[in-house]
Design a protein around this ligand. Structure first.
Ligand SMILES: [Zn+2]
Length: 305
């Protein structure tokens, strides 16, 4: 068996022409993985929409109901930043199902990668910053509820703080939230993760990778999670519109190799989501996201998972 990769054609929902969220990237990522021979068709797993009570393990019934029915007020809708449509509701739920499936496959096969996910700005009662439901938090809670895991470590390397995830688990010692992000960036009001590592504007590859190496190995051996959920946002890249850090493609690839090899070598299963990435040039952006799957393939073979 090879590295499980999770994708659904419904990961893409139409947005108005010129919308700043790069929605087509999910399908392009799937196509690039196939075209470059990173993955073959049988390697892909197709998720299902999760039952709404799974989403309810994290989100309030009022919010889930109002979002799905399209009755959120205009202010709550603006905070999300994506215009509501029934296809976007389906996309949102399917992507959550994708991260749950990714986590399950990570447990059974040691490593698995979604081609979407990482909606870490979603809070229990509202969405924010292109994030509607918090897939990482839902996946952690669903697997706990199924008694498949007890302790989950969330490693969030998206350039923006994982504020929703931090808030959701602030009083839950069974889920450890680690966020390494650019200090002066969205969200304006930060929450308190179990470990926050704020980075200065303009940080480059070497300093970034050294900082990560200072924290991750100790975190794993201290907390000893049953599962790691990894948000591999590529918005720390120098070419990102919203990032403010200065990583290169090779820096991102080294980061993925570092995270995955550190976890897998220690025997910790890792479920990966692609997180944020914003660039005007779609091909470069999609390539950046594919570095996760390229690195995961190498690690999967290297450790004979
Ligand atoms: Zn981000």
């Amino acid at each position: 068996m090879d590295l499980p990769i999770i994708y659904h054609p419904d990961y893409v929902a139409p947005l108005p022409e010129g919308h700043r969220f790069p929605m087509p990237k999910f399908r392009h990522l799937y196509e690039l993985l196939l075209a470059d021979g990173v993955a073959y068709p049988e390697q892909f797993h197709t998720p299902e929409r999760p039952p709404s009570d799974w989403i309810g393990l994290v989100h309030t019934p009022e919010y889930v109901q109002a979002y799905c029915a399209g009755t959120l007020d205009a202010k709550a809708q603006r905070r999300i930043g994506l215009p509501w449509s029934p296809t976007l509701v389906n996309r949102t739920c399917t992507a959550v199902g994708g991260t749950i499936l990714t986590a399950q496959l990570a447990l059974s096969q040691g490593l698995a990668c979604n081609t979407a996910g990482g909606t870490h700005h979603a809070f229990p009662g509202y969405g924010s910053g292109f994030c509607i439901f918090n897939d990482l938090a839902i996946a952690a809670r669903v697997l706990q509820q199924m008694d498949l895991v007890h302790k989950v470590l969330i490693v969030d390397l998206d350039v923006h703080q994982g504020d929703g995830t931090a808030f959701i688990f602030q009083n839950d010692p069974s889920v450890f939230t680690f966020s390494m992000h650019c200090e002066v960036n969205f969200p304006g009001t930060k929450q308190k993760s179990d470990l926050d590592v704020p980075l200065p504007v303009g940080m480059e590859d070497d300093a970034y990778l050294q900082t990560l190496a200072q924290y991750l190995p100790d975190l794993l051996s201290d907390f000893q999670p049953d599962l790691v959920l990894y948000d591999a946002g590529v918005d720390p890249h120098a070419g990102d519109r919203l990032g403010k850090l200065a990583l290169t493609d090779s820096g991102i690839f080294c980061r993925e190799m570092q995270v995955l090899s550190t976890c897998v070598a220690g025997g910790y299963p890792v479920g990966c989501v692609i997180g944020g990435g914003y660039a005007d040039e779609l091909n470069s952006l999609v390539y950046r996201h594919s570095l996760l799957h390229r690195a995961a393939n190498e690690i999967y073979c290297q450790y004979r998972l």
